[in-house]
Design a protein around this ligand. Structure first.
Ligand SMILES: Cc1cc2nc3c(=O)[nH]c(=O)nc-3n(C[C@H](O)[C@H](O)[C@H](O)COP(=O)(O)O)c2cc1C
Length: 361
């Protein structure tokens, strides 16, 4: 493609033109009335940046350390399921893009590509593996964790905010189904719980699924026994952040899953400061949900994040121009963060502090 879109917003528009209705609804949709999904972006508008001027900015940069690895910018691609829905090259193209930009990638356990293939495409770049607690129990969950370690991933990201799927109207209305040939190949051999037929009056979710869901005890067990550090993704309450630290998490991600699970919860950027205060630097606090600009990344770092994850924008890039498009989106975010830092008078990521922003609410 010769005419590269100049703006991240153009990638969003072009992706919407190119994707079929079902995959587009799956990618862009939020849950319920999309109150949380909207707040994920509009709440950034309530945060003003307070620039400092005439500071010495020589030798500055955007690099950070994240769980013993260096990133060129405090950005990771968020775990996004079934990426071959958006471009035939799928997850390996995203891994190439992340490596090209020196940012991390979290691979969804619902990857449409074998995990080892994606890991190799990233060529040693920071790669973490996201998983859900497996309904068949501790053994099945540990087998998946071990497979990720064997494939060379550097950490596990246990997503805890989606014990069941959210209600996503646009997806339901589009009649979206995974097309033939797209599936969670890494879960093909993981045993699934077998439920007997429901008795009259029984509820599928509370009477059956609930017995397969993890608790903090399981998380502590995983942190103690997994072959990799465990990052907990999907925390919005300071009390849960404390429980994650106590369970032995290596990091946590303040996230509402991009507004895709429980509608009505706070924007992640709004939940972040109280969580960062509670954690007090005991472990890195990352955040995602709604990052669309480098200035959003700056605001998240100022409010206590060590790094951010970016979901849909990278997929818009992938949909429009494969690895090159995803890479360009990440580059734009990196560049804009750098400009924001310079204009705000911050030489390094460590210089971005709470004093750099003012909350307008
Ligand atoms: C299409 C799609 C699929 C997703 N799949 C997963 C997943 O498999 N596991 C997970 O933990 N989060 C998943 N997420 C949530 C993202 O990891 C992330 O929390 C969210 O996209 C961040 O919001 P943003 O898209 O506004 O950047 C998915 C998000 C999207 C848009």
């Amino acid at each position: 493609m010769t005419d590269q879109p100049a703006l991240l917003e153009t990638y969003r528009i072009l992706a919407a033109e190119r994707l079929a209705a079902g995959p587009l609804a799956f990618l862009n949709g939020g849950s319920g009335a999309c109150v949380t999904q909207r707040a994920n972006q509009t709440d950034f508008d309530d945060i003003a940046i307070l620039p400092r001027v005439l500071r010495d900015l020589r030798g500055g940069g955007t690099a950070v350390r994240m769980l013993a690895q260096t990133l060129d910018a405090p950005i990771l691609v968020a775990p996004v399921a079934y990426q071959t829905l958006f471009a035939p090259q799928g997850e390996p193209a995203t891994a190439i893009a992340a490596a090209a930009q020196g940012v991390g990638m979290v691979l969804s356990c619902q990857s449409a590509t074998p995990m080892a293939v994606v890991q190799q495409a990233g060529e040693g770049n920071l790669a973490w593996f996201q998983l859900y607690w497996q309904g068949a129990g501790r053994g099945a969950t540990m087998d998946l964790a071990q497979a990720a370690a064997d494939a060379g991933f550097g950490a596990l990201v246990l997503t805890v905010d989606a014990p069941v799927n959210g209600v996503r109207d646009a997806e339901v209305a589009s009649g979206f189904r995974l097309p033939p040939g797209v599936g969670a190949v890494n879960l093909a051999n993981v045993p699934q719980p077998k439920f007997a037929p429901l008795e009259t009056g029984e509820s599928l979710l509370f009477d059956r699924v609930a017995s397969c869901l993890p608790t903090w005890e399981d998380v502590a067990w995983l942190c103690d026994n997994a072959p990799l550090p465990v990052v907990i993704k999907g925390v919005l309450s300071p009390a849960d952040a404390s429980l994650a630290v106590a369970a032995g998490a290596a990091a946590l991600v303040v996230s509402n899953h991009g507004g895709r699970v429980l509608d009505g919860v706070p924007a992640a950027i709004t939940a972040l400061p109280a969580i960062a205060d509670k954690v007090q630097g005991a472990i890195p606090v990352l955040m995602d949900s709604g990052i669309r600009r480098g200035s959003d990344i700056f605001k998240a770092l100022a409010l206590g994040a060590s790094a951010v994850l970016v979901g849909r924008p990278v997929m818009w890039g992938l949909a429009v121009n494969g690895a090159q498009g995803a890479s360009h989106v990440l580059r734009m975010l990196r560049d804009e963060l750098e400009v924001t830092m310079m204009l705000a008078g911050c030489r390094t990521i460590a210089d971005i502090s709470r004093d750099c922003v003012h909350l307008n609410r």
